[in-house]
Design a protein around this ligand. Sequence first.
Ligand code: EZ4
Ligand code: CO
Length: 403
Amino acid sequence: MNIVEAKVIVTCPDRNFVTLKLTTDDGLTGVGDATLNGRELAVASYLKDHVCPLLIGRDASRIEDTWQYLHKGAYWRRGPVTMTAVAAVDTALWDIKGKAAGMPVYQLIGGRSRDAVTVYGHANGATVPEALEQVGSLLDQGYRAVRVQAGVPGLEKVYGVPTDRAPYEPAVAGDRPEEATWSTAKYLNFVPGLFAAVRERFGHDFHLLHDAHHRLTPIEAARLGKAVEPYGLFWLEDPISEELQEGFRLIRRHTTTPIAVGEVYNSIWDCHQLITEQLIDYIRMDVVHGGGITHLRRVFDLADLYHVRTGSHGATDLSPVCLAAALHVDIAVPNFGIQEYMPHTETTNAVFPHSYRFADGLLYPSEEPGLGVDIDEEAAAEYPYRQAYLPVNRLEDGSLHDW
Ligand code: EZ4
Ligand code: CO
């Protein structure tokens, strides 16, 4: 079962995606997501120029050895570009192994630990009434968990809030990133009232989540966590920038609001201290940016030892290939917490035919051999890459701030 072809496919069906497709000499194919939002072509080049040539002739069944070969063998380890490329190879190899075995991937990693995968949906309102309307609509659709974001009075563009009521997509096409203005004071004065309004209207019988998107200092995050304890958040996500793991100790000293972190992490070495010191409650690493199924399971196993549960990132910039793979991991691991779910557009779904399905607030992984997702190359070719960037954030005095 040797690899005979390794193809990198870049396409933009409403947003950019990079996909690796491997073919073996016995005619099996496997796909892996390689999308790094706003830096897509760097991963495409890393794969095309440096990884694909090494894959030709390799035994596709040697998943662990290939992971180690691309990790240790590169000398330059870790980082988002490298780990996303390694993830794509790893995911495609698991897809192939599943097809060779005639089983869905979750069966190869321990089988089901649960019946279905609980997901959270997104309520993003420009105003509090608009956010409440969206919470109501998600609860009506059967969601049991909802992340709530809303526009902050006095700030023009805020993370998580679309300008046109369309599904939120932070990457904007163009040759420069958009710029937004941020005020922590305005946000902290506003956001507890948002959760109060949500609980007052809809009660406590569903999970309420919120993403602070890296903007606070530890003491500000502690203040927020403490202020919102009465609203029983399922989690407060990314309260501070993620580099300084010991920074979370200060938050922990002050609040019982659960903390979720890790969507920008790439390896177990980014989060081992957060996990072993029990500074977080949910680890948000995902298949595509976390080194693939092989490495993500290593992270999740470490997390399980320390009572940390999973809560994988699942925004629309993670392709249906990543979501399909995530569901196999989610259904199998013992310490699953929740999965983020932001439905892809119809155009995206048409390029990535898949058989996972959503019903009543739950996602069900594919029962087909492998991952149960593919890329329609002809359809993909109709949507050429468009340059797009994630926004840049500045304080009201012009200082650059975390976005
Ligand atoms: O900003 O995926 O929780 N979800 C998020 C996302 C991220 C984007 C970045 O590409 O924080 O909206
Ligand atoms: Co987030």
